[in-house]
Design a protein around this ligand. Structure first.
Ligand code: NDP
Ligand code: 2IT
Length: 458
């Protein structure tokens, strides 16, 4: 049987997508992750706006693909041994059509302008999906926290905030954590902001609960990923209970994701870090998970130590996607699941991939997953629980009030259910098969686009 020929609208869309992406590529050389993120959105949004002239005339997608501003600054700090170090800090303020810029800070040696532009672009769509009034931003530095003492981390955070202070504010831009930035770093950053400005303000989220942090913020991203998968499986009259799960990473998102999968009755058999992954066929139960959290948050050790402690396999320098599973949860970093990994997952009978990390699946891997009938929860939907509870932290700070954890968890579950519903509405469901990536891209776009149209040419 011959393949169906593309329709003329599809052909036009394809050439329009190419034209659009060529322009973006010319304007953003040397930023492959940014181009990848824009491409993933454009392939769904360009055909969607083909019959909506207002979005084209107002050049909404082009405007969204050009950050409002990118700030770059030097961060000079002193190591314990007296050495002076210089790092590069950034804040990318992508879009504030629906609320103040909002998004995490990443401290990792790989950080550069293109990676933060991709993250800030994605954040705009993600924040829109939460239904909360949050614009999109991202920042960070090419600083490597590994092996640094608490005092060094504090000095770095103080130096970083001494510049960042000029660009943030409770109604302007509210950063939070991301890779390499957790409760400890947010505390030091907040302290320095207060010292420089004399103001006790909600200028960061993920703060400690004793100084304005929301309960459940540490749990929120990982729990939200599991809630998203629970909603997807419920939609297919299935459940997480009894499912074998592979999780990558062993930081904030990965560990709380494991905790919630366990409470749904799933069994997690892998975790990883940049050194490799552990495979524990007995499952990472509550006690073992508590051990991992202590290892990572207090002792700051390597996941390899888990294998020695619990007598299981550690596979050096590899990722966990060859281990058979029903559900895969990439929760470490971008482009950590490639085409070959996707083929392994499909051949081993995996049914769902849920992106806890931002853009962990390469474009070729996405093609494989979709063509093999694997449901893909894209990061902008699946990991939106973290920024959603950050939004709730901002509301609590504005009210000078704190909700209890049950209340916040209920709100988080409602927000994740709302995100699932938007994906189903826009993701062209055929029966129970939903294109979640398409649904998230279009639903996230529409709200921001309508606000931009309403606010005129600016
Ligand atoms: P953490 O710093 O807590 O943990 C990151 C984990 O990923 C560590 O296990 C780390 O290993 C591993 N990792 C990081 N970079 C690499 C790499 N290049 N190769 C292999 N492993 C790597 O970060 P989070 O858990 O907060 O973030 C994980 C992902 O989730 C990121 O993509 C982040 O953008 C995303 N995210 C985070 C949110 C949050 O609220 N924190 C919200 C939404 C998304 P090692 O220690 O060896 O580097
Ligand atoms: O990628 C993300 O959504 C985050 N790192 C969290 C952002 C936030 O503002 O809570």
């Amino acid at each position: 049987m011959s393949r169906p020929q593309p329709t003329s609208t599809e052909l036009n869309s394809t050439s329009e997508i190419d034209q659009f992406l060529n322009q973006i590529a010319l304007r953003n050389p040397g930023e492959p992750e940014f181009l990848q993120a824009v491409h993933e959105v454009a392939q769904d949004v360009v055909p969607f706006i083909a019959d909506k002239p207002i979005y084209q005339e107002m050049r909404i997608l082009e405007r969204m693909a050009e950050p409002d501003r990118v700030v770059s600054f030097r961060v000079t700090w002193q190591a314990d041994n007296g050495e002076v170090h210089i790092n590069r800090g950034f804040r990318v303020q992508s879009n504030n059509a629906i609320g103040p810029y909002k998004g995490g800070l990443r401290f990792h040696p790989s950080v550069n302008q293109g990676i933060l532009k991709f993250l800030a672009f994605e954040q705009t769509f993600k924040n829109s999906l939460t239904g909360l009034p949050l614009g999109g931003g991202k920042g960070g530095a090419d600083f490597d926290p590994k092996g640094r003492s608490d005092a060094e981390i504090m000095r770095f955070c103080q130096a970083f905030m001494s510049e960042l202070v000029h660009y943030i504010g409770p109604d302007c831009d509210v950063p939070a954590g991301d890779i390499g930035v957790g409760g400890r770093e947010i505390g030091y950053l907040f302290g320095q902001y207060k010292r420089l400005t004399k103001q006790f303000q909600g200028i960061l989220t993920g703060k400690g609960p004793s100084f304005g942090g929301s309960l459940m913020r540490p749990e929120a991203t990982g729990y939200g990923v599991a809630y998203m998968v629970n909603n997807m499986l419920t939609h297919k009259k299935d459940a997480i209970e009894g499912k074998i799960c592979c999780v990558s990473g062993s930081g904030n998102v990965a560990t709380f994701c494991v905790q919630k999968i366990n409470s749904f009755g799933g069994k997690v058999v892998t975790l990883s870090d940049s050194g490799g992954f552990i495979h524990d066929p007995d499952g990472i139960d509550a006690d073992r998970l508590a051990w991992v959290m202590d290892l990572k948050n207090n002792r700051r050790g390597r996941i390899e130590e888990y294998a020695k402690e619990f007598k299981c396999e550690f596979i050096t320098g590899a990722r966990p996607w060859q281990v058979p599973c029903d559900i895969a949860f990439p929760c470490a970093t971008q482009n950590e699941l490639n085409q070959a990994d996707a083929e392994h997952l499909a051949n081993n009978g995996c049914k769902v991939v849920a992106e806890g990390a931002n853009m962990p699946t390469t474009p070729k891997a996405v093609e494989v997953l979709l063509s093999r009938g694997i449901a893909l929860a894209p990061s902008k939907a699946a990991n939106a629980g973290g920024v959603a509870v950050s939004g709730l932290e901002m509301s609590q700070n504005s009210q000078r009030y704190a909700w209890d954890s049950t209340e916040i968890d209920e709100k988080l579950q409602r927000i994740m259910a709302g995100i699932h519903e938007q994906c189903v509405t826009y993701g062209e469901p055929r029966g129970t098969e939903v294109n979640y990536a398409k649904g998230a891209n279009i639903a996230g776009f529409v709200k921001v686009a309508d606000a931009m149209v309403a606010q005129g040419i600016c």
